[in-house]
Design a protein around this ligand. Structure first.
Ligand code: PHE
Length: 344
């Protein structure tokens, strides 16, 4: 018995000399502890063995086994404590957050130049009392053509190479269709702006099969071409520079009479002539005119009582002039390196 006690004590001394807490996991440490202090452990076996010890020896042996147990408990308790401390500090270290690290940079988007132009136009015209109306992109032949004084088979249809869906439905080729929809719903005085996508079978550096237009329509008593001119002067100054001038040239649209093409003095060269205005000093920006009386009649508005003007401009074209963009396709490729330049 004494030898057994002695050998277990030696084992415990060896364990104490090793850095148990440094090497073991808490699971391993627990198993080791059970090997000595568990119900079937070595020290418990000693206690059971006391039965066979003679009565004289028993008090001494009992004392020694008790000391051994105390020694083992002390050893494992200390180890457990160190191990817990070590595991905690490891956990803290692994979950450490470096608050001084620079934040991860999230790339933010920017408003597309066509949307910028659209919003700016709406701001300018809203300031002059215009409402905004948005019509459908899939439109009936009636609204896109017939009611605008462009009958079926009329050669004026060739001005806009149209995508037909059926004989009756098409992708609108102009926001002028919105003029009819507005005048059907509302009687004068009318002052609306109608932005939206339009479609034409056309594609090169200055034409895209889908592009955006902004339509304007004013109908009231005594409206003349002069009102159009005055309003466009204001628009030109606000959209470009205070020096920008407008010029009206005679043109033709079936739904306006007279019709005009509107040029702006080139804001890049101030009208002297440059690459952007192709040396002319002027840039064509929109079509306009006095609303044809047939169009008013088609919408149930008396052309002897009311007159009006209408205009339509391409938003991509305005953006290209304003930002000096040479190819319309840049506006549709959506290359972020291009779009980034319009931030802020
Ligand atoms: N809708 C015409 C076009 O797309 C422009 C326009 C609008 C002309 C309004 C006159 C009046 O070319």
């Amino acid at each position: 018995m004494k030898e057994q006690i002695e050998s277990i004590r030696k084992e415990l001394d060896e364990l104490a000399a090793k850095d148990m807490a440094g090497a073991a996991t808490s699971r391993e440490l627990y198993e080791l502890k059970m090997e000595y202090l568990g119900k079937t452990g070595k020290i418990s076996a000693l206690s059971k063995g006391m039965r066979d010890v003679s009565a004289e020896e028993r008090p001494e042996m009992g004392k020694l086994v008790g000391q051994l147990r105390a020694r083992a408990e002390e050893l494992f308790d200390a180890c457990e404590k160190t191990l817990k401390k070590r595991e905690l500090s490891q956990k803290i270290a692994s979950e450490k957050i470096d608050v001084t690290m620079p934040a991860r940079f999230a790339e933010t988007g920017s408003v597309h130049p066509v949307s910028l132009v659209k919003q700016e136009l709406i701001d300018i015209f809203a300031g002059m009392g215009f409402d905004v109306f948005e019509g459908p992109e899939i439109e009936r032949d009636y609204y896109n053509f017939q009611a605008l004084n462009i009958p079926a088979d009329h050669p004026a249809r060739d001005m806009q190479d149209t995508f037909f869906i059926t004989g009756e439905y098409l992708l609108r080729s102009q926001t002028s269709s919105g003029q009819i929809r507005v005048m059907e719903q509302k009687k004068p005085p009318i002052k609306v702006l109608s932005p939206g996508r339009v479609y034409r079978s056309d594609s090169d550096a200055t034409h895209s099969p889908m592009f955006h237009q902004m339509e304007g329509l004013v109908v009231d008593k005594g409206i003349t071409l002069n009102d159009l001119k005055g309003m466009l002067d204001e628009f030109a100054r606000r959209m470009f520079t205070s020096e920008t001038k407008t010029r009206l040239r005679p043109s033709y649209f079936p739904f306006t009479e007279p019709s005009v093409e509107v040029d702006l003095s080139c804001s890049a060269c101030g009208g002297k002539g440059c690459r952007i205005c192709k040396g002319t000093g002027w840039i064509e920006v929109l079509g306009a005119g006095v609303v044809n009386r047939r169009v008013l009649e088609n919408c149930g508005i008396d052309p002897d009582e009311y007159t009006g003007f209408a205009f339509g401009m391409g938003l991509e074209r305005i953006a290209m002039i304003k930002y000096g963009i040479g190819d319309i396709r840049l506006l549709f490729e959506n290359d972020v390196r291009f779009l980034k330049q319009f931030k802020g």
